[in-house]
Unconditional design. Structure first.
Ligand SMILES: [Zn+2]
Length: 369
């Protein structure tokens, strides 16, 4: 059992209704999970879809995607949009905020349209625009208190003012899909940016004369860096470099998943763009840019422990505690502690997922006595 204080080999936990309880009543129903790892439910702050559906779709699509990821241990999920027409984004923000109010989503992450055409990745170039604080405000308002994060290229005109506006409204300003220099990135962090959107991906590489955004984001204690640990987006050495430099407390593993996550190869849409998924790697049909991942959080966990050889406690921090703190939800989720939601993931000795509990209900029942 991985607790905030460390790993306990023979621990026990009591669930009362939807919460973890401090005391164990004498008549408690006991489930023996010996031989397994028990870790907190995963918190994914950057996710576009899964189960064949996307967070840019209808309410049915959104539910489908939520449940696909829930079955892989993600008990707290922020829905990410992709660059689209502003009117459509405003409309989608309304729909997603309703689902957030019902408790199914932790909030909304807007990725684009305020990003750099030089680092557009799988975003439609003709729909990109400079970050205008008035338009950023429009999205925040449309999300009715549920906007959690906006990814933007802070070096563009209006970028720094937009970062300030986001910080003032308690929305995370994330530096990403950016062509910023080191100095421009430092300015963005000073203005209030606190997250690096998939560090290394969709930004200039680390150069010895022009260290770019990567060095600025890694070195600043105030910044949490997102990493996509699917073995495609990052070389294991790059992951290790980020982990060592930022420390385990400033890393958030994300999926950046698209529709194919939890389903498999085929043709899909990412926002308005067509994507071909082959052998689990999603690429734009036109141009071939990597278009999100097919990753689920349980696989990110397993890779981190078995391939990257990171300590289990650090992996738990990167998948649960750190993103929960970042969202300001660490009073409810992100660790196994009395008073918090009974969100649990059960893994076997090979770190294969065996059970998922969300708010006291089994989503994946491990079928143990
Ligand atoms: Zn994304």
């Amino acid at each position: 059992m991985v607790l905030p204080t460390g790993t306990v080999p023979d621990g026990s936990i009591t669930i009362d209704g939807t919460r973890i309880s401090g005391a164990t009543p004498a008549d408690a129903h006991v489930i023996d999970v010996s031989g397994h790892w028990l870790v907190p439910g995963f918190v994914d702050i950057h996710n576009h879809g899964g189960g064949g559906a996307s967070f840019s779709g209808t309410a049915d699509d959104v539910h489908k995607a939520i449940h696909a990821h829930r079955r892989h241990g993600t008990t707290t999920l922020v829905a990410s949009t992709v660059t689209d027409d502003m009117d459509l984004l405003v409309q989608q923000a309304g729909l997603l905020s309703e689902l957030a109010e019902q408790g199914d989503l932790a909030g909304i992450h807007f990725e684009g349209p305020f990003i750099s055409p030089c680092r557009k990745g799988a975003h439609s170039e003709e729909l990109l625009r400079d970050p205008d604080p008035a338009e950023v405000r429009k999205l925040i308002d449309a999300a009715r208190g549920k906007a959690k994060m906006v990814t933007l290229a802070t070096e563009l005109p209006g970028g720094i003012d937009s970062v300030r506006l986001l910080a003032e409204h308690g929305v995370i300003a994330a530096v990403g899909h950016t062509d910023a220099t080191y100095e421009q990135t430092v300015e963005a962090i000073e203005a209030g940016a606190t997250v690096a959107t998939h560090l290394f991906n969709a930004m200039p590489t680390l150069g010895h004369r022009s260290p770019g955004p990567i060095a600025a984001l890694l070195e600043d204690e105030r910044v949490t860096v997102e990493l996509i640990n699917d073995g495609v987006h990052l070389h294991p050495a790059a992951l290790e470099l980020a982990f060592r430099h930022a420390g385990a407390g400033r890393v958030a593993f994300i999926t950046d998943a698209m529709d194919a996550a939890g389903i498999g190869d085929g043709r899909y849409l990412l926002g308005p763009l067509e994507v071909e998924v082959s052998e689990g790697v999603a690429r734009l049909v036109e141009g071939g840019a990597i278009a999100g991942s097919t990753l689920t959080m349980d696989r990110a966990f397993q890779r981190a422990v078995t391939i990257d050889r990171l300590p289990v406690e650090d992996v738990v921090a990167a998948l649960s505690a750190n993103p929960a703190r970042l969202l300001g939800m660490d009073d409810r989720v992100g660790s196994l502690e009395p008073g918090k939601d009974a969100d649990l993931v059960l893994l076997d000795e090979n770190f294969d997922l065996k059970g998922v509990m969300r708010r006291g209900d089994w989503v994946v029942d491990p079928q143990l006595a």
